[in-house]
Design a protein around this ligand. Structure first.
Ligand SMILES: Nc1ncnc2c1ncn2[C@@H]1O[C@H](COP(=O)(O)OP(=O)(O)O)[C@@H](O)[C@H]1O
Ligand SMILES: [Mg+2]
Length: 369
């Protein structure tokens, strides 16, 4: 049983707060992905779990043990890094065997562990090669092999795929997930790549500036981001943010962005008013701004507006366009069948069901649900 619990965990390097009051419980055998921009504290969190970095405050538990003062070698953890750190003068077999020898595992057992790992990773035919004779993907497997033979309670992965090219990264992602199912160990996987996080995690932990912003399934963080940071970080092309003023218009409350106004349901209007604030950020994803060709099947009162097409970027199955409404530029995705041309003026409509409204003051999501 290797549940991992971080309770009020903090890490300071001098004046730098690298990790700020992190609370997170990772269930036994769960695969959790921690995602956030470079410098947000991901590596520091992993290193503290591994025992390679002392914690400034809080508590870390692995299984039923408090490990704050436990040496790394006693935590039964294996960490796989971005740089594989293989010994260049040793062949694959010896690279994998090295840790086992250090731990005085007898030779027959050592060989059986290595052979099992080699089969799982499909590297049996590489055992006599040196790291210099391997491709990036093969080296990554060897690094994984070293971790697997230790039969750890917890695997820690620190951006292990970032040195691989795009295609191999995709393939290795899938393999890692399968591997996790076979190994039945708890895994904490760190990446700055939100696409990787979305595809790999059953549960994603979004971190910024050392603090957890949101924990949830990929769809939850995508559809119901807790704040503007998560909304902007998850999803590509990124969500559009349009600063708006709250106004009364006839009997209704609207968000006015200078170009057009966005009607609010009465309850939502009241909620925004109750903050006593005037300015909000309206968020809408590119795929939720559509050409108003009257087949969108959106309610007729959803806001539509005219915009000029400034940039056209074919992405393959879709076209990303930048449109300008006067005050604002937004990115929208349209079908690759679209006949749009640069400088066309088009009518667009917003899918309000998918929109988000954020408080300008705190960034937290305040609507629509
Ligand atoms: N040994 C260290 N000494 C001083 N500052 C550090 C040290 N390690 C990390 N930091 C700082 O802590 C913050 C988090 O770093 P890190 O955990 O490496 O981020 P990430 O892995 O998300 O890119 C950064 O501001 C980084 O500069
Ligand atoms: Mg890092």
């Amino acid at each position: 049983m290797a549940e991992v619990v971080l309770k009020n965990v903090c890490k300071r390097f001098g004046d730098v707060v690298a990790v700020d009051d992190v609370n997170l419980t990772i269930a036994d055998r769960e695969f959790v992905v921690i995602v956030g921009p470079s410098g947000c504290g991901k590596t520091t969190i992993l290193r503290m779990v591994a025992g390679l970095e002392e914690i400034t405050g809080g508590e870390i538990r692995i299984g039923d043990r408090m490990v704050n003062d436990l040496a790394p070698k006693d935590r039964n953890i294996a960490m796989v890094f971005q740089s594989y750190a293989l010994y260049p003068h040793m062949n694959v077999f010896n690279n994998i065997a090295y840790g086992l020898k250090m731990r005085k595992i007898p030779k027959p057992e050592r060989e059986s562990l290595i052979s099992k790992a080699a089969t799982i990773l499909n590297i049996e035919n590489l055992m006599h090669r040196k790291p210099g004779q391997l491709s990036g993907g093969q080296r990554q497997r060897v690094a994984l092999g070293r971790a697997i033979v230790r039969d750890p309670d917890v695997f820690l992965f620190d951006e292990p795929l970032s040195n691989l090219d795009a295609k191999l990264r995709l393939q290795t992602r899938t393999e890692l997930k399968k591997l996790h199912e076979r190994l039945q160990a708890t895994a904490i996987y760190v990446t700055h790549d939100q696409v990787e996080a979305m595809t790999m995690g059953n549960r994603i932990v979004v971190v910024n500036k050392g603090a957890i912003q949101q924990v949830g399934s990929p769809l939850t963080v995508y559809r119901h981001p807790a704040n503007q940071f998560v909304a902007g970080f998850i999803g590509s092309p990124a969500m559009n943010f349009i600063p708006c003023r709250l106004r009364r218009k006839m009997d209704a409350t609207v968000l006015d962005n200078g170009d057009f106004s966005i009607p609010l349901a009465p309850a939502l209007g009241k909620r925004l008013q109750a903050t006593g604030e005037n300015e909000f950020i309206f968020g809408i994803r590119p795929e939720d701004i559509m050409e108003n060709n009257h087949n969108t099947q959106l309610p007729v009162d959803y806001p539509s507006f005219k915009a000029g097409v400034h940039v056209i970027e074919p992405l393959g199955k879709e076209i990303s366009i930048d449109i300008n409404t006067g005050e604002h530029t937004m990115t929208a995705l349209v079908s690759s069948d679209s006949k749009l041309r640069l400088n066309d003026t088009i009518e667009m409509v917003l899918n309000m069901d998918k929109s988000r409204i954020f408080r300008t003051t705190t960034g937290e999501t305040i609507g629509p649900d």
